[in-house]
Design a binder for this molecule. Structure first.
Ligand code: KIV
Ligand code: ZN
Length: 514
């Protein structure tokens, strides 16, 4: 068995995708869960890209102890020094720097000759090594680069002190056989490749990211990069949970240990989906809702006779115990606190109290409280930032009839502390609510996407609303789970607006040292 390092870039390449904007607290929660999941490296962001990213990377580097924390930097001095300020508190400060190596990127994007690109790469790695004990260098668009140019530049950056070489398939162009062959070629031709880690980084434009990553592992990769649920630019990055489970189920073939705590898979996937607002397709490998559903009669019959007939992965392996009834109406504070801790939540007394109040309210109207319900309540508290003044919905009322004009009235507390009552109409109940809230927030709002789904099973299940919108041209995702989908929709809308206020609040506070 050899060890493969798992490098998670959910908070950098993943967060870079359209419509996702996590705040600092949410990024920290994801990082903590990734640490529990056992990833070797967490790419927490791109510190020089914004004060918000700087703050999140710093907080994560200062907090996480069992995974290495890294941040991205271009080849310039400012990026590298800003990254150092953010990452220096980490247990093993690690920098990820990159430059493009393909002809199209060097000529049209960078306007540099190959020799100039080598010089920039070498200078950046040398500068980074003055600060960081661990420096990863990436050849952006490696799979459309000349192989021998790659060998030359990698020889030079290893001499300059790079400790990891990453070979990204930036545009998801390679096929598994080509990508595997590239790793074999580099392993055979780069001087000193055995002294550094060799990393794969695959995008999924042709749906080949998982196959390509596994091909790289077969051909010498010692680290693989990806995101939870495969989120990321365009078609996304490779889904790390698929790689971890594939390496486990087929360890007879790959003979590789990823160090991932597989029973944390479902929780990690749910947390990322919930906080980013990116839904998981039902038939998604490993973490989709239907990944363990057997519908056809022949399959069900086989499963009853011996589950191994059709089930190569068990729900238990990935920690999928979501339908378990965990607490009821009569459960007390003590049982609630124990359960929250067993589920891995460590909340302050104040937040625990608020979560317990929400639990009691839910238990009054919902017979069975499942682990999925608790997960929603506890996560809401965990990422709650009471120190920032935001909009708070006090009540929403909708008048609807098939032959009436739907009318909504909202009472809400505004960030200035005033209580306002606003009302408006719409073509349907949801539109009436959204039109009313647009009046309340007094800005231009465009709805990009809006979805409602149930958190667990049964007619009394919590309804979760996820909304993607732009508020004064800035994209935001909001979400809420409530027993009534109209209330969830109103709260999700305000949540999207509030997340912008929270982000702005933190950005104002953060000094970026350059
Ligand atoms: O896909 C890519 O090339 C990247 C680099 C920054 C490593 O994400
Ligand atoms: Zn990428």
């Amino acid at each position: 068995m050899h060890k493969i390092d798992i490098f998670d870039t959910t908070l950098r390449d993943g967060e870079q995708s359209a419509g996702i904007n996590l705040n600092t607290q949410e990024k920290l929660e994801i990082a903590r869960q990734l640490e529990k999941y056992g990833v070797s490296i967490i790419e927490a962001g791109f510190p020089a890209s914004s004060p918000g990213d700087f703050e999140a990377v710093k907080l994560i580097a200062d907090t996480v102890k069992n995974s290495v924390v890294t941040g991205l930097a271009r080849t310039n001095k400012d990026d590298i020094e800003t990254a150092w300020e953010a990452l220096k508190g980490g247990v093993q400060p690690h920098l990820h720097t990159f430059i493009a190596t393909s002809p199209i990127h060097m000529q049209t994007k960078l306007n540099k000759t190959p020799e100039q690109v080598i010089e920039l790469a070498v200078e950046s790695v040398k500068l980074a090594r003055k600060y960081f004990p661990l420096v990863q260098w990436s050849a952006e668009d490696a799979t459309r680069s000349d192989k021998d140019f790659l060998v030359r530049i990698i020889n030079e950056v290893i001499k300059a002190g790079a400790t990891t070489i990453n070979v990204p398939d930036t545009v998801g162009y390679a096929t598994p056989i080509e990508y595997g062959a590239l790793f074999k070629y580099l392993t055979e031709n780069v001087n000193g490749i055995e002294r550094v880690k060799l990393s794969a980084h695959c995008h999924d434009d042709l749906g080949l990211a998982t196959a390509n990553t596994l091909a790289a592992i077969e051909n010498g990769a010692t680290q693989v990069e990806g995101t939870i649920n495969g989120i990321g630019e365009r078609a996304g990055n490779v889904a790390l949970e698929e790689i971890a489970v594939a390496l486990h189920i087929r360890k007879d073939y790959y003979q590789t240990d990823s160090g991932i705590v597989l029973k944390e898979t479902k929780r990690t996937s749910q947390l990322v989906s919930k906080l980013t607002g990116v839904a998981i397709q039902p038939n998604k490998a490993v973490v989709g809702k239907n990944a363990f559903a057997h519908e056809s009669g022949i399959h069900q019959d086989g499963m009853l006779k011996n589950p191994e007939t059709y089930e190569i992965i068990t729900p238990e392996l990935i920690g999928d115990a979501s339908t378990e009834l965990v607490l009821g109406k009569h459960s007390g504070r003590h049982a609630f606190t124990n359960r929250a801790e067993e589920m891995g939540f460590h909340l302050s007394d104040e937040k625990l109290k608020a979560a317990f109040v929400a639990f009691k309210k839910l238990a009054d109207s919902k017979k069975e409280i499942t682990e999925d319900d608790l997960f929603v309540l506890l996560t809401d508290q965990q990422v709650n930032t009471p120190e920032v003044d935001v909009y708070e919905l006090e009540s929403v009322q909708v008048q609807y009839g098939t032959s009436n004009i739907p009318t909504a009235t909202v009472q809400a507390k505004t960030p200035s502390g005033q209580v306002e009552v606003v009302s408006s109409t719409g073509a349907g109940s949801v539109e009436a609510i959204f039109n009313t809230l647009e009046k309340l927030v007094n800005g231009e709002v465009h709805i990009i996407d809006y979805r409602v789904s149930s958190v667990s099973k049964g007619r009394d299940a919590l309804g979760e609303a996820i909304i993607n919108l732009t508020f004064n041209d800035v994209v935001s995702v909001g979400r809420n789970a409530s027993q009534d989908v109209l209330e969830a929709s109103a709260k999700a809308y305000l949540n999207a607006i509030n997340r912008q206020l929270i982000k702005a609040h933190y950005q104002e506070r953060v000094p970026v040292t350059q």
